[in-house]
Design a protein around this ligand. Structure first.
Ligand code: SF4
Ligand code: SF4
Length: 80
């Protein structure tokens, strides 16, 4: 199932994230943070706080891990 979203959403794959914080620093909306929990590699993964994303893509381009961040822009198909 998927739906067309009317607001941008950023999704972080916790298992691909190495907790470097580059996405957190790069986000102009300050809508990313690091979790206090650990992933299986022992890193605190980044996560989207749930609101404020504009779909600008800054976090995606800042991230050194190719599979860690997906940005869904407004009007995109979002997998439910
Ligand atoms: S796409 Fe832009 S606004 Fe959205 S989380 Fe990434 S840096 Fe922040
Ligand atoms: S930039 Fe990528 S690897 Fe670094 S904390 Fe953000 S999602 Fe994780």
């Amino acid at each position: 199932m998927s739906r067309v979203i009317d607001q941008a959403i950023t999704v972080v794959s916790a298992e691909h994230c190495k907790g470097c914080s580059l996405c957190v620093i790069s986000c102009p909306q300050e809508c990313l943070g690091l979790l206090t929990s650990f992933n299986s590699r022992g890193y605190h993964p980044a996560h989207y706080r749930g609101e404020g994303c504009t779909g600008c893509g800054m976090c995606f381009y800042a991230c050194p891990e190719p599979a860690a961040i997906t940005v869904y822009k407004k009007g995109a198909e979002y997998p439910d």
